[in-house]
Ligand binder design. Structure first.
Ligand code: XMP
Length: 512
């Protein structure tokens, strides 16, 4: 039986708006399962039929353009409750024979919303976030104005008997006061959702979908790094197809101290899939010998991953699907064509071109906290799901200058001491990432009666919400002093310890 048909689903029809995923996320925060479907998806009609309600997203186009994205007006007459947001409201108006016109000045930013008394989705006036160049000029039949702003006569419209609603502003963004209330009223009061969607439902639903896609014979490959995303993706797929999933872990020798062993242990214990661990550190060190330039290091590591997969292709066997732990933030980042490239991001490396597989990305619409909660639900241990973000190229990113086995050991040992002390003090809570980096300058020191001429270690600990910005974490001086003393005494090749106080921007989180 098709499980998703029995599950209450909100369909978010995507017209290319920058906040579409946020709509889906806000709905899920209200415990309503939401699915995003592109306006031109061949599945739109069948998805629409199965959904309990639909939201039409914003979008960059104008409904007045001849080639603008649209949907069949019949869908709006099917009785499914619909909320149109921004472009979505204009599309509603246009498809139902209202009129949309270009506004003289594009409106962008906050506006004070004035709802009419007894508007179905709106109660109080408040600041709302607007971003539009067109506006509804004539309401479609059966609609009334639900709110205005000083510059927008139809800031919201409604036809409650037909369960059709439109808002010109964006209720899904945090700048809109009471935005969540608008969504709540639409979903619960108008569309009648129960609001009982949880990670457990997500897992059940997604496993079912994966099983359907992969079929009874297909095999899937998941390259795992030990990071939260690939681990949860693998555990979820393993739940769906068991040992027809093969997880491949390439140990490049650039993990934190003891971490490679821990990854192997986690997979063997908690992920009921086939597991191939490849110890390839020698090969990676060879590829990195003499390389100083950080981008070149990343390139070589990426290239080596491909080579390892080629070398082990027969052990891995043929696979029809490639599973990836892509998250929503990755989707946005890679989607922004105009963003400047600061550095090449790289997780478990590309795969050889000859490995042509269909992609499975079960976490594509989730945010990190949702992934962690799914991981917990799947029974993964805290070491696996509460891990800090860690760069795919590993410690190569945290070693300035040449990467050698000795220098990796130095940074691993210093990193271990730093984090051991932070955990002992309970300071890890509230820290987004903490690590030690090894620099390639040398300075003079004195140890015993001997002169030393060695590299310094930099300690970095930051608080952050999303890694886009970050601040140095406050660590008591006495704790820093103890850590510094332990590192110079216990770690080979280090005679100084520094604490990095720089925020991002202007610095980055990593040192490379
Ligand atoms: P920066 O140093 O740019 O890092 O402030 C932002 C976040 O990205 C992580 N990072 C990576 N993550 N593959 C990853 O999956 C990579 O190649 C990579 N490089 C940096 C970094 O740890 C921080 O969380």
């Amino acid at each position: 039986m098709d499980k998703s048909a029995t599950h209450e689903t909100l369909l978010v029809v995507d017209f290319g708006g920058q906040y579409t995923q946020l709509i889906a996320r806000k709905a899920r925060e209200l415990k309503v399962y939401s699915k995003i479907v592109a306006w031109d998806s061949p599945n739109l009609e069948s998805e629409w039929r199965q959904a309990k309600a639909a939201i039409l997203s914003g979008g960059p186009k104008s409904v007045l353009d001849s080639d603008s994205p649209t949907i069949s007006p019949d869908l709006l007459k099917s009785g499914t409750p619909v909320l149109g947001i921004c472009y979505g409201q204009q599309l509603l108006a246009r498809l139902l024979d209202g009129e949309v016109v270009k506004v003289e000045h594009r409106e962008y930013g906050k506006q004070l919303l004035q709802p009419v008394p007894n508007a179905a989705l709106l109660r109080e006036s408040g600041q709302v976030w607007m971003s539009h160049g067109d506006a509804v000029a004539t309401l479609p039949k059966g609609f009334q104005v639900a709110a205005t702003t000083s510059t927008c006569a139809v800031a919201a419209m409604e036809a409650p008997e037909q369960k059709l609603f439109g808002v010109q502003f964006h209720p899904e963004v945090t700048h809109t006061e009471g935005g969540k209330e608008v969504l709540r009223k639409f979903l619960f009061d108008q569309a009648g959702f129960r609001g009982d969607w949880t990670s457990a439902n997500f897992i059940e639903e997604t496993s079912e979908e994966i099983r359907r896609r992969v079929g009874s014979k297909g095999r899937a490959l998941c390259a795992v790094s030990g990071g939260v995303d690939s681990t949860v993706a693998a555990a979820l797929i393993a739940r769906a197809i068991g040992d027809r999933l093969v997880c491949v872990f390439v140990d490049h020798g650039l993990m934190r101290k003891n971490e490679a062993a821990q990854v192997v242990e986690t997979f063997r214990t908690y992920v009921p899939a086939e597991f191939v661990a490849i110890e390839a550190s020698g090969q990676f060190f060879k590829a990195l010998a003499g390389v100083i330039d950080p981008e070149e290091k990343r390139k070589r590591i990426g290239g080596e991953f491909v080579r390892v997969f080629e070398q082990h292709a027969s052990e891995i066997g043929d696979c029809d699907f490639l599973a990836q732990g892509t998250l929503y933030p990755d989707v946005i980042e890679s989607g922004s064509k105009t963003a400047a490239k600061i550095k090449t991001h790289h997780n478990v490396g590309g795969l050889p071109d000859c490995m042509k597989m269909e992609l499975i990305e079960p976490l594509r619409w989730l945010f990190k906290d949702e992934v962690r909660s799914a991981g917990r639900e799947l029974g993964l241990p805290s070491e696996a799901i509460d891990r800090e973000p860690f760069p795919g190229p590993g410690l190569a990113v945290r070693i300035l200058g040449e990467v050698t086995p000795e220098r990796v050991r130095t940074v691993q040992d210093a990193d271990f001491i730093f984090r051991e002390e932070l955990f002992r003090e309970g300071l890890n809570r509230g820290i987004w990432q903490s690590y030690a980096a090894l620099l390639d300058v040398r300075s003079v020191g004195v140890m015993g009666d001997e002169r030393t001429y060695l590299n310094p270690i930099v300690l970095r600990a930051v608080s952050s919400e999303d890694a886009m910005t970050a601040h140095a974490s406050e660590i008591p001086f006495a704790v820093l002093e103890r850590i510094a003393s332990r590192i110079v005494n216990e770690v080979q090749g280090v005679n100084r310890v520094l604490y990095d106080l720089t925020s991002k921007p202007p610095a980055t989180i990593e040192w490379e």
